[in-house]
Design a protein around this ligand. Structure first.
Ligand code: AMP
Length: 618
């Protein structure tokens, strides 16, 4: 039987390679775009979501069109983030593994430029790049694009949103006029339209799915809760989905930190991903998530761009995004590669109008869901445990030696009693925790006790002390003693003025006497650590900061105490993720970090994204 990729015009070498990757049938976007792109004679605009098989949709035709006997760059793929860049390059290497002399290079910031230059010098046909680093390399006259025949602009809306318009202009000006440009975008704001108009000649346009339509595999749900119950609602949703593998989106870096911190304290395996992390820290966090050693990734919009992790079961919008279009990107982290997924919004009743707006934009209805009761959660967890016990892989070799003693221990119990006890072990913990759990569902218009999401002022340390946030922590290999010296040396204060030091993973809190707080701020004004700007803030007082639940620890974050267990992912060693820092993003300036860059401009409490005004607001 002829392979369906062959029928689309893909050659045997490449078909065999994608077969090895488990691609049996082309995805709809591949089916539609491969025959068009294989012609190689047209510009192209593809409106497509992430996770739909876009990379192969343009990658396979490129491999057919490139002359691999010639060792010169013939295709340039520009994309917004380092993660996406690596992923595309990796996919292309896999697709081309049977083609002799095929060379693909990934060019991105935050990594050694020398190595990238070396690879380019050795001869490559396909360059996959983030704009900042690409421009740097062009500036060094280290690459010749005069043979480029195809330029792919992947996730064009994201590149524009991140402010790469000028860089793209500059890069494209170094490529021949008669090249073909293929543009892919999940959304089609007017800026992307303009790009298509400026750079392209009569492009063929394909819309995979309806315009702006979310992936059909994703269900959209919303829960209405009072702002102070948001965190408890998040936990309840997680507890009700014991096998959840999800991304939780927050608006600000501090929110991601706060929520990750509280989830970790409450026994969940979670971590934060945001722009204050170095590239290496981000890589480590992502690696843990990708390997499923972490159950919940708490992320900002910018940091989560380009995340391609399959089998994400849930996207949780802890706060709705500022820009409507970000919702499509957020929800697109689930329901990838034909899998189903759920995108959940935890909102207060005033935000219902935003849900209606989203429904109009993505052309899909949201389901109003009710937060499960404590009893529902207990039942769900109980059967999840029973299921796990039933399916656990038994290591007979190891366990057999203990069986006689275990049997002895249970000799006085019937089978039913033993089962009851095993089940109770976990069930009791949830029962304890949830026995008095309140109903968290808020009625529409029920804004009782709402003080918005702003919460109360934080930053109060112990009496007479100011509590400060610092963007360094144990993953930077700081001990509490190291941190004390670091604070004293840079803040130019004595150790006696420093109060509690709360060392976290990628950040920490410390207290200093009120009287020296300003001095410490002054001292830390331009301190760097391993090439990274050290930032301190009054804890919780970042400009424009929003926090879900605020500092109402008893009613909000700390209101529901989890007794641990249940999730199946727990117990990952948070510290193992991270550690080393790199020596900065050589040469490419802040843009090389792509997502990071724009975040870095704002204090952590500020919203991310430098070019928000250009996007559609609510
Ligand atoms: P992409 O949109 O290119 O990031 O692809 C999303 C995911 O789908 C990746 O993990 C791909 O490996 C996978 N994928 C792409 N095309 C196919 C296909 N035809 N069959 C199965 N999986 C695919």
């Amino acid at each position: 039987m002829t392979n369906p990729f062959q029928l689309l015009g893909i050659s045997d070498d490449v078909v065999n390679a994608v077969k090895d990757l488990g691609f049996e049938n082309p995805t709809p976007i591949q089916e539609q775009s491969i025959p068009v792109l294989l012609e190689g004679t047209n510009d192209f605009v593809g409106l497509a979501q992430t996770g739909t098989g876009k990379t192969a949709a343009f990658g396979l035709p490129l491999l057919e069109l490139i002359d691999f006997k010639v060792n010169k760059p013939q295709a340039l793929i520009l994309c917004p983030t380092r993660e996406l860049c690596l992923q595309i390059a990796n996919d292309l290497k896999n697709f081309s593994k049977n083609i002799a002399n095929a060379h693909v290079v990934a060019v991105y910031g935050g990594a050694n430029i020398m190595q990238q230059l070396r690879e380019i010098r050795q001869g490559v046909q396909i360059v996959v790049a983030t704009p900042g680093r690409m421009l740097d390399i062009i500036g060094r006259k280290a690459i010749d694009f005069s043979n480029v025949k195809y330029v792919v602009l992947d996730e064009a809306d994201e590149m524009l949103n991140m402010g790469f318009q000028d860089d793209i202009n500059d890069i494209l000006s170094t490529t021949p006029d008669d090249k073909k440009t293929w543009l892919f975008s999940a959304t089609m704001p007017s800026e992307v339209r303009r790009i298509a108009k400026n750079y392209m000649d009569n492009p063929i346009e394909l819309t995979m799915g309806t315009k702006n339509t979310g992936n059909v595999n994703i269900d959209h749900e919303y829960y209405i809760v009072r702002a102070r119950d948001k965190y408890a609602a998040l936990k309840r949703i997680v507890d009700f989905n014991p096998d959840i593998f999800g991304v939780v989106f927050c608006k600000t870096k501090l929110d991601t930190q706060d929520i990750a911190e509280h989830l970790i304290k409450d026994g969940y395996n979670a971590d934060a991903l945001h722009g204050d992390l170095s590239q290496q820290q981000r890589d480590k966090v992502m690696q843990r998530f990708r390997e499923r050693n972490m159950q919940l990734l708490i992320a900002t919009d910018v940091a989560a761009r380009g995340i391609d992790v399959n089998n994400v079961t849930h996207v949780i919008n802890y706060s709705l995004p500022d820009e409507i279009e970000s919702y499509t990107h957020r929800s697109g982290r689930t329901g990838r590669a034909g899998k189903t997924g759920v995108s959940i919004c935890i909102i207060n009743s005033k935000e219902l109008g935003k849900i209606r707006q989203l429904e109009r934009i993505i052309g899909k209805q949201f389901t109003k869901a009710e937060l499960p009761t404590g009893f529902d959660v207990c039942e769900k967890q109980l059967f999840s445990l029973v299921h796990k016990v039933h399916n656990v892989e038994v290591n007979n070799e190891q366990i057999d030696q203990y069986i006689p003693r275990i049997m002895d221990e249970f000799a006085d119990l019937t089978k039913e009693e033993v089962i009851k006890r095993f089940a109770s072990l976990e069930f009791n913990r949830f029962l304890d925790y949830y026995s008095k759990a309140p109903d968290l569902n808020a009625a529409v218009g029920d804004d009782r006790g709402e003080r918005g999401e702003r919460g109360e002022r934080r930053g109060r340390g112990s009496e007479g002390y100011t509590r400060l946030f610092i963007n360094l922590g144990s993953v930077d290999e700081f001990t509490r003693g190291d941190m004390l010296s670091f604070i004293c040396n840079n803040g130019k204060i004595g150790g006696k003025s420093v109060g509690k030091i709360d060392l976290k993973g990628v950040f920490s809190f410390f207290e200093v006497e009120d009287a020296v707080a300003d001095k410490v701020f002054e001292g830390f004004k331009s301190v760097e650590f391993n090439g990274r700007q050290v930032r301190i803030e009054r804890s919780g007082e970042g400009g424009g900061e929003r926090r879900g639940g605020g500092e109402r620890r008893s009613g909000g974050f700390g209101g529901e105490r989890r007794s641990g267990g249940g999730g199946g992912y727990r117990g990952g060693d948070r510290r193992s993720g991270g550690g080393r820092r790199e020596g900065g993003n050589s040469g490419g300036g802040f843009r090389d970090f792509s997502g990071r860059s724009r975040e870095d401009k704002g204090g952590s409490g500020r919203r991310e994204g430098g070019s928000g005004e250009r996007r559609k607001k609510w």
